[in-house]
Design a protein around this ligand. Structure first.
Ligand code: ATP
Ligand code: MG
Length: 208
């Protein structure tokens, strides 16, 4: 139905109600903004079984670099393919450390994997003591803890004692409870559906 003269009073009432509601929302948001005055490095955990954890982390790295900040990435799983973000971000001056020695999901050699995880973690520890690095992304770190390749206390200790203004992003499924407790922001990506389940293989430039 079109807007007639008869609707005018009703429309005005609606507009007034909308304005009153929005004013309330604005007052509440303004109060929260006024209260949030602290400046500090943020520990962000991106976990859950849905797609979008690493890409979200890399998006934040791109955001930091766009503001002239210094970022570094440690990848705890060497995939069968190289992710596109690495090529782009390395070109923008982001230091990457990729866990070597051919770690895969099928690996059977616990000792070799533990050594690889430790080597990558030591690189992470160096970054986590360097105040010149504004943002450290620890991609797929959660598995190193859940597979017991890395001691959770050692991870917590390094995260706790990092430079106070340094931001850290941890990604991966099934994040350890202690890391979640320490984090400032935790997001869980929930799968609703994934193309893979319909038989679509991982697509270059989209999935990696
Ligand atoms: P992305 O890197 O796309 O943000 P992610 O970091 O959230 O994904 P990972 O568990 O690290 O997820 O998975 C890496 C690869 O597995 C990506 O190619 C992604 O598309 C795929 N993947 C992620 N979630 C699912 C899922 N629920 N089912 C099948 N494949 C998935
Ligand atoms: Mg990932």
């Amino acid at each position: 139905m079109s807007n007639t003269q008869d609707d005018k009073p009703r429309n005005e009432i609606r507009a007034q109600r909308h304005k009153a509601r929005q004013q309330k929302v604005k007052a509440s948001v303004d109060a929260k903004i006024a209260k949030a005055q602290k400046e500090q490095g943020i520990l962000l955990v991106l976990t859950g079984n849905g797609k979008g954890k690493s890409t979200s982390g890399f998006g934040t790295v791109a955001r930091a670099v766009g503001h002239g900040k210094k970022a570094a990435v440690v990848q705890f799983i060497k995939g069968n393919w190289e992710c596109g973000e690495r090529t782009l971000l390395e070109g923008a001056g982001v230091e990457f450390y990729v866990m070597g020695t051919g770690f895969t999901w099928e690996t059977q050699d616990k000792e070799k994997d533990t050594q690889a995880a430790l080597k990558a973690w030591k690189a992470a520890e160096v970054l986590l003591t360097d105040p010149s690095i504004d943002l450290v992304m620890l991609d797929e770190l959660t598995y190193m803890v859940s597979y017991h390749y890395l001691n959770v206390e050692r991870v917590i200790n390094a995260l706790k004692n990092r430079p106070p203004m340094q931001h850290v992003i941890v990604t991966g499924r099934a994040c350890h409870r202690q890391i979640i407790e320490l984090a400032d922001t935790v997001s869980e990506v929930q799968p609703i559906k994934h193309a893979f389940e319909a038989g679509v293989k991982a697509q270059l430039g989209f999935d990696y």
